[in-house]
Ligand binder design. Structure first.
Ligand SMILES: Nc1ncnc2c1ncn2[C@@H]1O[C@H](COP(=O)(O)OP(=O)(O)OP(=O)(O)O)[C@@H](O)[C@H]1O
Length: 716
């Protein structure tokens, strides 16, 4: 395939090679790391950055990818005294992989064990201690912390990294942090004023009696919270937009990048980007110098199909030229397997990493010299008229393209092959549409309500979602019973449960099976289907599958895993470690993602504890799965569909034509009426996580919705 003239990115600034490779002694390694840190563009402005943060409570920092923002700035601030009095510097990342790997790297640079001075915290995995001062975490996790500690009182500085991604969590966090920052600086001002008053009016206060003094002291509580320093950071940020949002906040630009990355574009438009990606992988492998390749694809299916084709193509090469290994990374891959991308390829081999945008920002994958970017991404999209959310494949923004190319050039000069023409690049949107403008807002609303923000429409969003989208989600939450008719939380405590997308939908319906289903659906895919073992995986899944659908299938997995756990725990010789190992083996044999299953078990026990604390009785449907399916119908009546004569389904809420996704156990079984949890749009509209129901249950169980509309329940 022909690539056009190379184009260097501007502001390139060569720095002596700070390559780090294995095989050094501990002291040598530390010296190398120190030398590398000094070589980063950000190192020359350490003092100035610390002063900027001292002088400004709010700061926006823009700097090229790889300039050292994520790994260095927190260390500068720690050395600059921002962790006095045991306070923490928190850095949020949109993705778990980035939070974990960057924390590991910074701990290494600080010469400490992970979890001591430097740690990370992601859902269900908290590697911090009372000694931790620099804490990397996902933006979602910080939001959850705010539910329990509304002032985020343990942090002196919060850095929102990769803010250009504008994930839904980032946008909610920005509004929230703005409020917290105002509240904390107000509380300090007030407490200073009140301290002054206290000196002159102490005697008077005493006379007014104990009650008044107590309330006075409680008002002074804010004195515990010094002003919060807030830093927004990215390589590709609309600094002006952020600055305006934060009241003309100061923005600084860190000049220079560590190594140059040359961008190449195709000379002709490409019909099939997957095909183009495979051709490019082999062009690099056969014609270019050493270095690993990182290819950005849109999802697991694409990754597995490209992986299969690369393996087939390799077989056609002479044996000596077959030294190429593929390594996939996507979010539902078990984390141990995700981490394989960081392991060097066997000696003499070249590694091709096939990744979703999980590897787009913040991560440094050693050895990557080439990036292949087809320019597409899978994104959420929301139709505020129908109220249905779906996943669609769309072109990336320029900001995403720059982030992707930035994954090369971190250890030396790199190349980025964009599988589209340069003229197409110019037409891309500068930045990604914020997720908050293209998703169902039910969870955001619940989250804001739980954080004490009652007026969601009036909330200070950086970019306000449409009024229609907010109203639609408020309506949905009311219909589901999550909000009262005054739009207050029906269960203010419930939202503090582990964040699962539809946890509150079951409020009225506590059955053991519903709790299990909620937990199992709250995690990434429970089943794991490697492409090369698709048949084996399918057979394994059939052992658990239920003719009634995916929810019951998941319950079967849950039950089987509990039975297995119980059995292996009972074997007296088994230590805890041994049982864990056995469990992992069992998962592997059954093509179950062990990490997802563990998360689901944790979520289940948390929800159960919560429900019990509320004093509610948890009934079991026992083996009466009809009762369970009725519970599902009552909860998901807004996502129901009827079979049509041609075998497709029609969603009852909006008439949309949908199809059962091939991963569902009901694929090919064609039940008359179903409820579903998820809609995915690729070339077709697919629904996933489906259960068979009786259509007559709908008007019976959700009269508030179906009685008001004249639905035709005629079955074909
Ligand atoms: N895990 C790691 N292993 C090896 N080197 C690393 C690692 N993490 C970072 N580095 C080195 O430190 C440099 C700076 O990384 P850092 O993540 O701080 O940059 P950044 O400016 O935040 O980039 P980005 O905007 O892409 O996140 C990288 O270019 C790389 O050379």
């Amino acid at each position: 395939m022909a690539f056009g003239r190379k184009r260097n990115f501007n502001e390139i600034h060569h720095v002596p090679n700070g390559n780090i490779s294995n095989g050094y002694g501990r002291d040598d390694m530390r010296k190398k790391i120190l030398q590398h840190r000094k070589s980063l563009p950000i190192a020359s402005v350490e003092r100035r950055l610390v002063e900027e943060v001292q002088n400004n409570d709010m700061l926006i920092i823009v700097g090229e990818t790889g300039s050292g923002k994520t790994t260095q700035l927190p260390q500068f601030l720690l050395n600059g005294g921002f962790c006095r009095n045991g306070k923490l510097i928190g850095i949020t990342q949109p993705r778990r992989v980035a939070a974990v790997t960057v924390a590991k790297r910074v701990a290494e640079e600080c010469g400490c064990e992970l979890g001591q001075k430097v740690g990370y915290s992601i859902r269900f995995d908290d590697v911090t201690s009372s000694f931790t001062r620099i804490k990397y975490m996902t933006d979602g996790l910080l939001l959850r912390e705010a539910l329990l500690d509304p002032y985020l009182s343990k942090y002196s500085v919060i850095i929102v990294d990769e803010a250009h991604e504008r994930t839904i969590h980032t946008d909610v966090l920005l509004g929230l942090l703005k409020n917290i920052q105002n509240a904390r600086s107000r509380s300090v001002k007030e407490s200073k004023l009140e301290n002054l008053m206290l000196n002159s009016e102490m005697a008077l206060e005493k006379e007014k009696g104990i009650q008044q003094s107590l309330s006075f002291l409680s008002r002074c509580e804010g004195v515990k919270y010094p002003p919060l320093k807030l830093i927004i950071m990215s390589a590709s940020l609309d600094a002006r937009g952020f600055s305006e949002y934060f009241g003309s906040a100061r923005a600084v630009h860190v000049q220079g990048r560590q190594f140059p990355v040359d961008a190449f574009y195709t000379e002709q438009p490409q019909q099939d980007y997957l095909d183009a990606a495979i051709v490019t992988i082999f062009q690099i492998h056969l014609q270019e110098g050493p270095g690993d390749i990182l290819v950005f694809l849109t999802g697991q299916e694409e990754i597995e199909s490209v992986e299969g084709l690369v393996k087939q193509w390799l077989l056609q090469l002479p044996e000596a030229r077959r030294k190429l290994v593929t390594v996939p990374i996507f979010s539902s891959l078990p984390s141990e397997q995700q981490m394989k991308v960081f392991t060097p390829a066997p000696s003499g081999f070249r590694k091709v990493i096939l990744a979703t945008n999980i590897a787009e920002t913040s991560v440094t994958i050693p050895g990557i010299h080439y990036v292949v970017d087809p320019g597409m991404v899978k994104a959420r999209s929301f139709n505020s008229v129908t109220g249905i959310e779906s996943l669609v494949i769309v072109p990336t923004s320029k900001a995403q393209a720059l982030q992707r190319s930035g994954r090369a050039g971190r250890e030396g000069p790199g190349n980025c092959f964009r599988l589209y023409m340069e003229s197409e690049f110019e037409k891309l949107a500068d930045s990604t549409v914020p997720e908050i403008k293209r998703c169902n807002l039910s969870n955001v609303i619940l989250q804001l309500k739980a954080l004490g923000v009652d007026d969601v429409i009036g909330f200070d969003f950086m970019e306000r979602p449409s009024r229609m989208a907010i109203v639609k989600s408020l309506e949905e939450l009311f219909l589901l019973g999550a909000l009262t008719d005054e739009y207050k939380l029906s269960d203010p405590e419930g939202i503090k449960w582990p964040s699962c997308p539809w946890n509150l939908y079951i409020l009225k319906l506590f059955s053991l099976q519903m709790l299990i289903a909620v937990a199992m659906l709250s995690v990434e895919s429970i089943f794991f289907t490697p492409r090369e073992k698709a048949d084996q995986a399918k057979r394994a899944m059939e052992c658990f599958s239920s003719l009634d659908g995916d929810h019951l299938t998941l319950i079967n997995v849950y039950r089987a895993s509990c039975e297995f756990l119980q059995k292996s725990n009972m074997e007296s010789t088994s230590s805890k470690l041994k049982s864990k190992k056995k469990m992992r083996k069992w998962c592997k044999q059954n093509f179950i993602n062990s990490r997802s299953l563990k998360h689901a078990l944790d979520i289940h026990s948390q929800i159960r504890r919560h429900v019990e604390q509320m004093g509610l009785h948890i009934a079991s449907c026992g083996d009466d799965m009809l009762q369970f399916r009725r519970c599902l119908a009552a909860s998901f009546f807004l996502r129901s569909a009827l079979k049509q004569p041609n075998g497709t389904y029609r969603a009852l809420s909006n008439g949309q034509v949908v199809q059962i996704h091939p991963s569902s156990v009901l694929h090919g079984k064609n039940p008359e009426c179903i409820i579903f949890n998820e809609l995915v749009r690729t070339n077709k509209s697919f629904i996933r996580n489906i259960t068979r129901i009786d259509p007559l249950w709908l008007p019976e169980l959700a009269p508030q919705y179906y009685a008001a509309q004249s639905y035709d329940f005629e079955l074909y």
